[in-house]
Design a protein around this ligand. Structure first.
Ligand SMILES: Cc1cc2nc3c(=O)[nH]c(=O)nc-3n(C[C@H](O)[C@H](O)[C@H](O)COP(=O)(O)OP(=O)(O)OC[C@H]3O[C@@H](n4cnc5c(N)ncnc54)[C@H](O)[C@@H]3O)c2cc1C
Length: 454
């Protein structure tokens, strides 16, 4: 089993980066291809008092999947679909399977797995579960948590345990937080256990889907349209994504998508499944009624057109990641946010973030993303360490503001190492102590993913 473990420098360096912009070279790398190998690594690490940080595809934006302490346990080689039950609509998959590969495997059965992080081609099921990842379509279908039925995990000492969600409709036995152990691990960022396998809850794959790209002259019009689409009864969006002018410029420059939006405008991208001609008319009427540039609306019909539109959406964070990485040589990087607010406060929150940036002399962030859930991403590009520090002060002030609005500092990317200092802004010391108590019980020696969350 030792074959799974190496301290070769070139291999360790190959695992030193995720998408946070930070670098941490692990002391060793383990790449188990079986459950037995993964368990062996954990047992030996426990005996030696060595830390173990699980990693999937390392697309984390928060430095959650890199470490310079102990073993980086890459689960990428432990992949594959174990079985699919089309009647029960479940798929049992290994942790290292890519999210997009799950979807591809079950599509011929007329099924899909709902979670759709923009990074679905570069994100594993284990990583999506450990971060409780979301995506554009979370607007309609909910985050990863809603689509996991059972988990097989290895605890810190190598014990393998399997948990299934209760199927009862009522339960008054004990504390709520203990009733469904599957929930302990979803969003735990590798700190409580290593996910080995998951039973995913599938849903029928919509066959007729339409995407609409709707240009608006400014941000206020676009955000008000999103508010109207949330309320309208004759449309049923499965996502409501927003691009400000800067994000739109990036999408335009990176992809060959025929984007109708005139220069200087903003854009709302939405999708609806099972769309009828009257629903399409309703979308266009709603958009026109809210000031969309009606002549410039683009319609994406069918899966391949939708995939093209999604490529445009993916191009924005991907390009910003690349631009951030190119600033590494001068000590700079991308500084990004993952905050969300109740939808009613979204316009105010974005305006507040812009005002805070202006006060610090920082150019406005590129703003895009899951506005339908009150969850835009904001990205700043820092050219050197001094700018990183200034932009992090902008982010911290923004987070204080969004928390005062009832928001969160991390809606889908988790806390990792980059955001842990801000967690106490949102969570009381009592909440953090309860999380620590759970951690102590499951990982008494604190060897799993040190530095993540806490
Ligand atoms: C271009 C781009 C777009 C993105 N868009 C989205 C988006 O729309 N929505 C979204 O939610 N996120 C998004 N992300 C962030 C990221 O892709 C997701 O969080 C993703 O789910 C992480 O999966 P991963 O396999 O890369 O995990 P990693 O980055 O390898 O790990 C992430 C966390 O999971 C833990 N982990 C990984 N595997 C296991 C395991 N088997 N057991 C226990 N813990 C484990 C790690 O310790 C770490 O804490 C994006 C990232 C990029 C680069």
């Amino acid at each position: 089993m030792r074959a799974a473990l190496t301290s070769d420098l070139a291999i360790r360096e190959a695992y030193q980066a995720d998408v946070s912009g930070l670098r941490m070279v692990p002391e060793a790398v383990a790449r188990p291809a079986s459950e037995a190998e993964a368990v062996d690594v954990l047992r030996e690490a426990q005996a030696a008092g060595t830390a173990v940080t699980a990693a999937g595809a390392q697309s984390s934006t928060t430095a959650a999947s890199i470490t310079d302490r102990g073993i980086l346990l890459s689960m990428r080689a432990y992949h594959g679909i174990v079985d699919v039950d089309p009647i029960a609509r479940t798929a049992r998959v290994r942790a290292g399977t890519l999210v997009a590969d799950v979807k591809q495997a079950v599509a011929p059965l007329g099924l899909t797995w709902a979670p759709d992080p923009t990074s679905e081609h570069e994100s594993t099921v284990g990583g999506a579960i450990a971060c409780n990842a979301s995506g554009a379509r979370t607007y309609r279908y909910g985050p990863t948590r809603a689509h996991v039925g059972a988990l097989r995990v290895a605890l810190a000492d190598g014990r393998v345990v399997e948990f299934h969600r209760p199927t009862i409709e009522k339960n008054a036995a004990g504390y709520g937080l203990a009733q469904d152990p599957v929930d302990w691990f979803i969003g735990s960022e590798g700190t409580l256990a290593v996910v080995l396998e998951a039973e995913l809850r599938l849903m029928p794959r919509p066959t007729e889907v339409v995407g609409l790209a709707l240009p608006f002259a400014d941000e206020a019009l676009a955000l008000r349209f999103i508010g109207a689409a949330r309320e309208a009864r004759d449309v049923a969006p499965r996502c409501l994504e927003y691009f400000d002018g800067a994000a739109l410029d990036i999408a335009r420059s990176c992809e060959q998508v025929d984007l109708p939006a005139p220069a200087g405008s903003t854009l709302v991208y939405t999708e609806q499944a099972c769309v009828t001609p009257s629903a399409l008319d309703a979308w266009l009427a709603l958009a026109e009624g809210h000031g969309a540039a009606a002549g410039d609306v683009a319609v994406f019909e069918g899966e391949s057109a939708i995939a093209h539109a999604r490529a445009m959406r993916h191009a924005v964070p991907a390009a910003l990641n690349e631009r951030g990485a190119s600033l590494r040589g001068t000590g700079g990087r991308r500084v990004s946010t993952d905050w969300a607010v109740p939808f009613g406060r979204l316009e105010e929150a974005i305006a507040a973030a812009r005002a805070i940036a202006a006060r610090f002399g920082v150019p406005p962030a590129v703003t895009y993303g899951h506005a339908g859930n009150g969850h835009p991403h904001q990205n700043y590009l820092a050219r050197d360490a001094r700018e990183v520090a200034t932009m992090e002060r902008v982010v911290e002030e923004t987070l204080r503001t969004v928390i005062a609005m009832g928001g969160t500092i991390a809606a889908e990317h988790g806390i990792g190492k980059l955001k842990r200092r801000w967690l106490p802004l949102q969570m009381s010391s009592l909440q953090i102590a309860v999380m620590r108590a759970v951690k102590r019980e499951l990982d008494p020696t604190g060897l799993l993913a040190p530095g993540n969350i806490f």
